[in-house]
Design a protein around this ligand. Structure first.
Ligand code: AMP
Ligand code: ZN
Length: 217
C-alpha cells in the first residue's frame, strides 16, 4: 500500500523538523514546497525569481506555479510508493489539484497530521529558527541547537536565518495561514483522514504522537 501523508499546521509549528524525524522511520520521500522554492531561489531559476517577491512578503506563491512545481516533484520515481508532504497543500485549489493528481495514479491521501501550536509560541519559534545552507535541515537556537554553534550537525554546512523569519513577516504568514490554509482542516476532516496533534509538547513527544498516528499505514 502507498502512503501519502500531509503535515498541516501554521508556519513554525514544527512541520519541517518532524518531517525530518518521520521520513526515515516511514521510508518516504520528503516533499517540502518551501524547500523547493528556496532551492530554486538559490539557483536563480525563473521559478525562484518569480516566487521571491511573494516569499519576502510572507504571501503565498500563486497556485498555478506552486501546483505545477509540486506535482512535478511527486511524479518522480522516489514518490511512487508515497510521500511526506510538508507545506503543501496550503489552499483549497491546491488540495483539489493534489486529489485529482493522486486519483489519476489510483492512490489518495492516507492521512493528514494537523499540528496545533499556540500563536505566541510560534513567534518565538520563528525568530530563533536557523537553517542549513547546504541541506536545509532546520535548527532552533533554544529548542534544537546544533552541536557546534552555527554549523549543521549533518554535513557541516553553515546555518543561516531565513529572510522571511522576522516577526513582522511572520504576522502576515500567520494571517495568510488562518485565511487560506486553515479551511483545509475541515476539508480533510470531512474525508476522515485528519488526526489532531499537540505540537506544543517537546520535539520528541510530538514525534512519538506522529508515529502513533501513522502506525497503521
Ligand atoms: P515554508 O518554508 O513552508 O514556510 O514556505 C516559505 C514560503 O514559500 C511561504 O511563505 C510561501 O511564500 C512559499 N510557499 C511554500 N509553500 C507554498 C504553498 N503550498 N503555496 C504557496 N506558497 C508556498
Ligand atoms: Zn546540513
Amino acid at each position: 500500500m502507498t502512503s501519502y501523508i500531509i503535515l498541516l499546521g501554521p508556519p513554525a509549528s514544527g512541520k519541517g523538523t518532524q518531517a525530518g524525524n518521520l521520513r526515515d522511520h516511514l521510508n518516504l520521500a520528503h516533499v517540502a514546497s518551501g524547500d523547493l522554492f528556496r532551492y530554486n531561489l538559490k539557483n536563480e531559476t525563473a521559478l525562484g525569481l518569480k516566487a521571491k517577491a511573494y516569499m519576502d512578503r510572507g504571501e503565498l506563491v500563486p497556485d498555478d506555479i506552486t501546483i505545477a512545481m509540486v506535482l512535478d516533484r511527486l511524479s518522480r520515481e522516489d514518490c511512487a510508493e508515497g510521500a511526506l508532504l510538508d507545506g503543501f497543500p496550503r489552499t483549497l485549489p491546491q488540495a483539489e489539484a493534489l486529489d485529482v493528481a493522486l486519483a489519476n495514479k489510483g492512490v489518495q491521501i492516507n492521512r493528514v497530521l494537523n499540528i496545533h501550536v499556540p500563536e505566541d509560541a510560534l513567534i518565538e519559534r520563528v525568530t530563533g529558527r536557523r537553517l542549513c545552507r547546504t541541506c536545509g535541515e532546520p535548527y532552533h537556537i533554544k529548542f534544537k541547537p546544533p552541536q557546534k554553534e552555527g554549523i549543521c550537525d549533518l554535513d557541516g554546512g553553515e546555518l543561516y536565518q531565513r529572510d522571511d523569519d522576522t516577526e513582522a513577516t511572520m504576522r502576515n504568514r500567520l494571517k495568510v495561514y488562518w485565511d487560506q490554509t486553515s479551511p483545509l482542516i475541515e476539508y480533510y476532516r470531512a474525508k476522515g483522514v485528519l488526526v489532531d496533534i499537540d505540537g506544543a509538547q517537546s520535539i520528541d513527544h510530538v514525534t512519538e504522537d506522529l508515529k502513533a498516528a501513522v502506525a497503521d499505514l
